[in-house]
Design a protein around this ligand. Structure first.
Ligand SMILES: [Zn+2]
Length: 157
């Protein structure tokens, strides 16, 4: 306990730096390797049929995100200095909104938690071991039911 306070400032600085060098971890899968991906907004419709017309970027500032091996994007440190100049906040809001949609989709979270639990259970029931266990459990419950019935049923005449 007292060891904490006896650390020298150098030691503390060292440990803080060590922590800062810890790789960031994906909240979904625990992986620590990411790629950098640049995101833009593209025009919905092209009026001409010229090639590459659908690749016309309409957002002013590309957004770079770290994307995990599993495909999950990490929420960026939005806000604060670094971009230089005024932040087009409308686009920032739009980007954050889009990111939220994507993360919700990845997390499988709908607005209805009951729906979410149902889909989780349905998925779990399809797993081999679980399905077998569940069958066994069903038999067991039936046995227990019979047992309870035998206790509560009026004696046969
Ligand atoms: Zn991941």
């Amino acid at each position: 306990m007292a060891a904490m306070s006896r650390q020298s400032p150098q030691q503390r600085t060292f440990e803080r730096e060590q922590r800062m060098n810890d790789p960031c971890t994906c909240p979904s899968c625990g992986s620590t390797w990411f790629r950098e991906e640049t995101f833009n907004q593209y025009r919905k419709e092209t009026y001409s049929s010229r090639a590459g017309g659908d690749l016309e970027v309409i957002s002013e500032m590309p957004q770079t995100l770290r994307v995990c091996l599993c495909g999950r994007p990490l929420s960026p440190n939005i806000g604060g200095a670094g971009h230089g100049g005024a932040t087009p906040s409308e686009q920032m809001t739009s980007f954050k909104q889009s990111l939220k949609f994507a993360l919700n989709k990845l997390d499988g979270s709908t607005t209805d938690p009951v729906q979410m639990v149902r889909s989780l259970v349905a998925e779990a029931l399809k797993q081999g071991d679980f399905a077998a266990e569940f069958d066994k459990m069903g038999t067991r419950v039936e046995e227990l039911g019979n047992l309870v019935e035998s206790f509560t049923a009026p004696p046969e005449k």
